[in-house]
Design a protein around this ligand. Structure first.
Ligand code: BMA
Length: 321
């Protein structure tokens, strides 16, 4: 039985979420080829955890790598990138892969990532064991990023959040949802959440994108997302959260006006891309009322933060836009 990685809230800390005291948990040079390891995804697996990690190499080529951990904190990451075989298609072209998310649905672990196919779009693959991997059709036309699956079918169909974008550093971006009967054909695209007016909540006024796989709670789907403000010195990425309707996840019930985590520690403010906290995964236990969030810090290393699910939900409702 795996226990959620956890550390109690430090004395005197009044934030809804707090950082792991030994952050960053994954160093930029954790595998021989890496320049940086960040924006990565983890799931419970067997008696521990497995993950898919974004490791950029020293030619700064973006790719994803499998990893395993007993405790969710200390990771053994493969030295070679994941090789995909053909899944529901032979068209598995990929110029690059980055920002993976992972979730278990029914009988297998599904992976989504930003796939290079004439520019960024959403790649989909699956594995049963984190050793053999299969790649499926891209979900969308280029350009798109932050494709995040729901962990169960909704009304009998797979559901995925995404963020249509451009081929560059995208100065805009809202979150949409799409549905598929088979993980191949996606449609019924609906807008879920847009950026906020600057005067309402400035940290999320430029672009937003889904973070970890949503978590089902009594109050609906708990969705952490990143929000971006364009400052005079470039983009600054923070973390907020929303509650989406359980049966109609295009309906936002609550959404935080204040951020829940923003770049403040040195490893978040300094790195290859300064001032970025970018969440891609969360482990949770409803029984223990615990949640562990994994996030990329400054596009260089990987950090963790913790929170109580009940307190996070209360915070979202009490501080909603
Ligand atoms: C986005 C993606 C992320 C990255 C972020 C900040 O467009 O490339 O992987 O963390 O920018 O650089």
């Amino acid at each position: 039985m795996n226990t959620i990685p956890w550390q109690d809230r430090p004395e005197g800390n009044r934030d809804v979420m707090w950082r792991y005291s030994a952050n960053p948990v994954i160093d930029r040079y954790a595998i021989p080829s890496s320049n940086s390891i960040f924006n990565s995804a983890v799931v419970p697996f067997e008696d521990g955890y497995a993950g898919v990690f974004r490791c950029d190499n020293r030619a700064v080529q973006m790719n994803i790598f499998a990893g395993f951990s007993k405790d969710g904190i200390h990771w053994d990451i493969a030295h070679d990138p994941i090789i995909f075989g053909a899944g529901n298609t032979d068209m598995i072209d990929s110029d690059y892969k980055y920002d993976p998310r992972v979730t278990f649905i029914e009988d297998r672990y599904w992976i989504t990532w930003c796939n290079g196919y004439h520019g960024p779009t959403i790649g989909i693959g699956y594995t049963f064991d984190f050793k053999t991997f299969y790649q499926c059709e891209n979900a969308f036309l280029p350009f798109n990023r932050n494709g995040v699956l729901f962990p169960e079918k909704i009304d009998g169909r797979y559901a995925m959040l995404s963020r249509p974008s451009d081929n560059g550093h995208t100065p805009f971006g809202d979150i949409y949802i799409s549905y598929s009967p088979d993980m191949k054909y996606w449609g019924e695209h609906r807008c879920v959440m847009k950026v906020t007016p600057f005067e309402d909540s400035a940290w999320q006024c430029t672009k937003i994108g889904a973070g970890p796989v949503p978590i089902l709670t009594d109050e609906g789907w708990l969705l952490f997302y990143h929000g971006v403000i364009n400052t005079c010195n470039g983009f600054r990425y923070s973390v907020g959260a929303a509650l989406l309707d359980k049966d109609r996840p295009d309906q936002v019930k609550y959404r935080t006006r204040p951020y829940m985590l923003a770049p403040a520690e040195s490893y978040e403010m300094t790195g290859d891309v300064p001032n970025v906290v970018f969440p891609c995964a969360a482990l949770h236990s409803h029984e223990e009322d615990k949640l562990a969030l994994y996030y990329g810090a400054a596009d260089t290393v990987t950090g963790m933060a913790f929170g109580r699910i009940s307190e996070i939900i209360r915070f979202i409702k009490e501080n909603s836009l």
